[in-house]
Design a protein around this ligand. Structure first.
Ligand code: ADP
Length: 593
């Protein structure tokens, strides 16, 4: 740009010079020549005026224009710039002075003649000189006009040359600038490409990369920083790998040292980890665990469904203990395992897998079985002496009390109540241990829910009336029959209603409800009693658990018996309650097809 501008200025300058030359060299001389011709012609006309008789006027005009002529002649002399001009001016000066002399001599003749001049005098003496000076002046003008024309032709040439040369210089400058900008762009882009390539390799895990930019500019400095960053990343990467490997080894060591079976599933239900104990109990040998799916290791669809649901919902399943038992065959017979499912969460709290723990509870089961059998035997043995004891006390109370002191009668009454409580306890214990030991045969049949409800309503009619408690039942439409042993389920309902009746206050209300959810029928006993504190709600189905500071009288086995009966039917039982807000005991039974 600088070059082009300099070149253009030079050309404009020379063009200016050319026009200036025209002005200074020729235009002033032309002007002078023109004015000299003008002045001369007026002088000549002044002369003619004299010849025509008006001598005074002619002389005045002659003299006025003489001064003008000299003035322009002086300018012409000052502006002699071209060849031949000096000679021409000299001849004008010389001829004009001759013309003046001749004119002076003519004006001097005024006195001699009688104020008139012979006309041929003009023709002979004045006109030739006038014509000569005029011709010289015109010659001067023509010379300058020719020179001016030549100068303008020359200026045109200069302008043309200026256009071409400026165009050429501009085009050259453009090409050079283009080449430079391409080279420069390439020079800038090359290191950026190297950075891009390096970043790509780093993101694919290759840290053995370096960016070579050997310039001292910003790119060079950036490359230095970049290389340092890669080294740091490499170091962190190594450290991470070491840490991951050590964490993995630690995890594997923990897995191997645990005696319970542990299986880790990923989000796709694939097995990603399995410990030796789990391999053994699932009879997997050395099968490659990474190709195994849930169904390959445990052929129980409901179990795999549970794990799938856990993965879908991301929530640990809340399954009752009795449904968390799975039975796996072993060389020495069946073994029982209590499973628990724990979710694994990633850094973003998203579910990334599941850990399945299989705890061997066979031994516990056996101990429980032994305990049940012992309780069963003990209660069986206790039942006969207790019955005779109760009968004796009853007889004593009936026949021998007339002669007894009031104190003795009270004692007998207390013994009667305690024996009855013991009988109830022994009877409950026997029932429970029988159910637990699987000694009670269930006779399944399709039973209408209304039959069950009607039956218990009849049984409790009097007790309800005595306590002024209302009992209502509500069964939703299209209620299917339930697949159950009617007697055992009546037992469950009786237990639940007698509990409710015990705890509702006078004038209270007990409701029986039944509705269907999927393949199950939910049966509920609802009361508006004192409710059950939250800390007891999960425990009251265990044996001998009773809510503190409640009216005594029960054995603490009623709900445990209910739970066992419901479990034997393939259902579940639970309570919903709030302190002071009543309780709702619900159990499920399969709908009969
Ligand atoms: P019990 O023979 O003592 O009633 P259960 O196993 O039937 O034993 O009940 C366990 C405990 O649960 C009871 O002691 C009682 O405190 C509480 N319970 C049971 N049913 C109700 C109810 N409907 N309302 C309030 N508390 C109840």
């Amino acid at each position: 740009m600088g070059l082009v501008v300099a070149w253009a200025i030079t050309n404009l300058f020379s063009l200016g010079k050319a026009s200036d030359a025209i002005l200074s060299e020729n235009y002033r001389s032309i002007l002078a020549a023109e004015n000299m011709v003008d002045a001369l012609e007026r002088q000549d006309s002044g002369m003619l005026i004299m010849f025509l008789g008006d001598i005074e006027k002619g002389i005045i005009q002659f003299r006025e224009n003489e001064a003008i002529f000299f003035q322009w002649l002086a300018r012409a002399k000052d502006n002699i710039t071209i060849k031949g001009e000096a000679e021409l001016v000299q001849s004008i000066e010389k001829d004009y002075s001759a013309y003046r002399n001749k004119s002076a001599s003519i004006t001097d003749l005024r006195g001699t003649a009688d104020a008139s001049l012979p006309p041929d005098l003009y023709q002979k003496m004045v006109y030739p000189l006038f014509a000569k000076v005029r011709a010289a002046c015109i010659g001067l003008r023509n010379l300058n006009e020719d020179t001016m024309y030549a100068a303008s032709v020359k200026a045109g040439g200069v302008a043309r040359r200026a256009i071409w040369s400026t165009g050429f210089v501009a085009a050259s400058a453009l090409i050079v600038a283009l080449i430079f900008s391409l080279l420069l762009a390439e020079r800038i882009v090359r290191p950026i490409r190297r950075f891009m390539e390096a970043s790509r390799r780093i993101s694919s895990g290759d840290y053995a990369v370096q960016v070579n930019v050997e310039t001292g500019d910003e790119f060079g400095r950036l490359a230095g920083e970049f290389n340092q960053m890669i080294q740091q990343l490499d170091r962190y990467h190594e450290m991470n790998i070491e840490q991951i490997i050590s964490e993995k080894n630690k995890g594997e060591a923990i897995l191997s040292s645990i005696e319970d079976g542990l299986v880790v599933f990923d989000k796709m239900l694939r097995v990603t980890g399995i410990n030796p104990a789990a391999r053994q109990l699932l009879n997997l040998g050395f099968a490659e665990s990474s190709t195994l799916q849930c169904m390959d290791i445990l052929q129980e669809p409901h179990f795999c469904d549970l794990i799938r649901r856990t993965l879908e919902t991301g929530v640990q399943p809340n399954v009752p203990d009795e449904q968390r038992i799975i039975v796996l065959p072993d060389r020495e017979g069946d073994r029982f395992y209590l499973f628990s499912v724990t979710t694994i969460r990633g850094r973003d709290r998203n579910l990334s897998g599941i850990v399945l723990l299989l705890r061997d509870v066979t031994r516990l089961k056996e101990v429980e079985q032994l305990k049940s059998e012992f309780v069963m035997a003990a209660s069986h043995e206790l039942r006969t002496p207790l019955t005779s004891l109760s009968m004796s006390i009853d007889l004593l109370l009936e026949h021998a009390t007339q002669g007894c002191a009031a104190k003795d009668q009270d004692l007998l009454q207390a013994a009667h109540e305690e024996v009855h409580r013991m009988k109830a306890l022994v009877s409950d214990l026997l029932d429970l241990s029988r159910i637990e030991a699987g000694r009670i045969e269930l006779e399944f049949e399709g039973v209408p829910v209304s039959t069950l409800f009607d039956h218990v309503e009849v049984v409790f009619k009097n007790q309800m009336a005595m306590k002024a408690v209302s009992l209502t039942s509500k069964i939703t439409d299209n209620m299917p029959d339930v697949r159950a042993d009617a007697n055992k389920i009546t037992w469950v309902l009786t237990n639940l209603i007698s509990n409710a009746l015990r705890y509702v206050s006078k004038g209270g209300h007990i409701g029986l409800l039944a509705h269907r959810i999927g393949p199950h029928v939910h049966l509920s006993v609802q009361d508006d009693g004192p409710g059950i504190p939250p800390e007891y709600q999960s425990r009251i189905f265990q044996k001998f658990v009773q809510v503190k500071d409640r009216e005594p009288g029960g054995t603490g086995l009623g709900l445990a018996i209910c739970k066992e009966i419901v479990r034997a039917h393939g259902g579940a039982i639970w309570v919903e309650s709030s302190a002071g807000g009543g309780s709702t005991f619900t159990f499920t039974l399969p709908a009969a097809q």
